[in-house]
Design a protein around this ligand. Structure first.
Ligand SMILES: *Cc1c(COP(=O)(O)O)cnc(C)c1O
Length: 457
């Protein structure tokens, strides 16, 4: 199938009539998964990787959205999985991701989890000294040599701002980052020696994952170059099979506030510290640049792997909510919805997503609204100030866009039970995660109920 490159930055419009129909049938709040948008993102990624003249791998970052239907669909596209716990490993294997195409990452891995990874043939990317000892012992017990990777961090920021105080803060945060081991550091060199001394471990992969929602091509590439420099040295010595650049690829439609001291001052003075115009990251061009950098460093024949989460799923889901209360106060106009931080937990001051009123013709006159969820705490806010129709009111529907990433897995049942997820695929419609009941919430407290150990078998 041939796709025009312009497709990448311009996904097809959502069918809002369909969203209204789903909300009428299944109630609100409801997440709607558009299966075709998901397929389209997966195909774009695989096309971009397939255009490179080297072995490639795509590991879907399972924590971004655990929905079994979505995981099975991505596994069906031939993707592998990136998991960061034993519980995620169980979910990934159940969804059909092949263990040989699955990587186990994360800052904490228990001995049971490592044993399960080894049993299934899932590669571990080491991020702690202690993991080396545990893996060596487990591999020796199994009488095998196992391939391992090592997580490296570049120590340089991947986001920027016109606010110099923000940049200084971002640089410090990058140097203090606890995920991975800094490229070029003596600590990293020591870890490499420890792995080299283990007779049952073979260092064959380098792993990096920089951050999330990165939109600056040059900053991301520059950070990855530091990782690739390290990979070049390790390749000469050990013969690497894979360089995994992680995920973090940013998507359009999400605004994140900058939190430097100057930004805080500006916002106190009424300015908006959230940049309106962020660049759109072109994933195909980034991958092709990384490929070139790998070539320049003699990393021919080494696979280029990535672990996208948000980039694959963010736009594939939207949430339909209903306005439950309209409050006009002396200094604020509030719309209070039936879905908030429980269903879209990045809300509050974290991220601002697009809100679109649905279901009828609205007044062309708009006014500035503050939009909140239904929970009883300050931060359950979708937007502090957003222009929406003047006549929007109780009973009207609003679509919150880009809820595919970090909604379901991080959702919670504080104060309200969660709504369902409905998958739409052309004319087909299926409840793929049912609405939660009070009994669901309290079943863990049932006396006599067996508690799972959580260890994957
Ligand atoms: C969360 C995570 C990802 C995915 O991040 P996105 O920003 O959603 O692409 C990839 N790799 C690792 C190790 C992660 O922890």
């Amino acid at each position: 199938m041939n796709r025009a490159p312009s497709d990448v930055s311009a996904p097809p419009a959502w069918d809002y009539d369909r969203l209204v129909a789903v909300a009428r049938r299944h109630g609100t709040p409801v997440h709607v998964l558009d299966v075709r948008r998901l397929d389209r993102a997966a195909e774009h990624l695989l096309d971009a990787l397939g255009a490179l003249a080297r072995p490639v791998r795509a590991y879907y970052s399972v924590k971004t959205n655990y929905l079994p239907y979505l995981c099975r669909r991505l596994a069906g596209h031939g993707m592998g999985a990136d998991v960061v716990s034993g519980y995620e490993l169980e979910a990934a294997l159940a969804a059909g991701f092949p263990p040989s195409e699955t990587v186990f990452n994360g800052p904490v891995k228990t001995e049971d989890e490592l044993a399960a990874a080894l049993r299934h043939g899932v590669r571990v990317n080491i991020d702690a000294e202690h993991e080396i000892d545990m893996l060596e012992r487990l591999a020796a017990q199994a009488g095998r040599t196992v391939e391992v990777g090592l997580r490296i961090s570049p120590g340089t920021p991947v986001s920027t701002s016109s606010d110099p105080s923000y940049r200084a803060q971002a640089e410090r945060a990058a140097r203090r980052n606890r995920f991975g081991w800094p490229a070029g550091s003596p600590q990293l060199a020591r870890l490499v020696e420890r792995i080299a001394e283990c007779p049952h471990l073979s260092l064959t992969a380098v792993h990096a994952h920089l951050s999330s929602q990165i939109v600056h091509h040059d900053l991301m590439l520059g950070a990855l170059e530091r990782v690739l420099d390290e990979a070049q040295d390790l390749h000469r010595r050990f013969g690497l099979r894979e360089v995994n650049i992680g995920g973090g690829f940013g998507v359009p439609g999400i605004r994140r506030p900058r939190s430097g001291p100057l930004s805080a001052l500006w916002s106190l003075q009424g300015g908006d510290p959230v940049p309106d115009e962020e660049p759109v990251l072109d994933l195909a061009s980034l991958l092709s640049d990384v490929d070139k950098q790998m070539q320049d460093r003699g990393l021919d024949g080494v696979a280029l792997a990535c672990e996208p989460g948000r980039w694959l799923v963010s736009d594939a889901m939207a949430m339909v909510t209903r306005v439950m209360s309209r409050k006009e106060l002396p200094e604020a106009n509030w719309l209070i919805l039936d879905g908030g931080n429980n269903m879209a937990p990045w809300a509050g001051t974290g991220e601002v997503h697009r809100l679109v009123p649905l279901g009828r013709a609205f007044s062309p006159v708009s006014r500035n609204w503050s939009v909140a969820g239904p929970l009883c705490y300050e931060n359950d806010i979708h937007a502090a100030a957003v222009d929406l129709p003047d006549d929007i009111g109780v009973g009207d529907l609003l679509c919150l866009h880009d809820t595919g990433a970090y909604s379901l897995g991080r959702s919670n049942n504080f104060i309200r039970t969660r709504g369902p997820v409905v998958a739409v695929d052309g004319d087909r419609e299926e409840v793929v995660w049912r609405a939660e009941t009070t009994a669901d919430v309290f079943h863990l407290a049932d006396p006599g109920r067996q508690v799972s150990t959580g260890a994957p078998s």
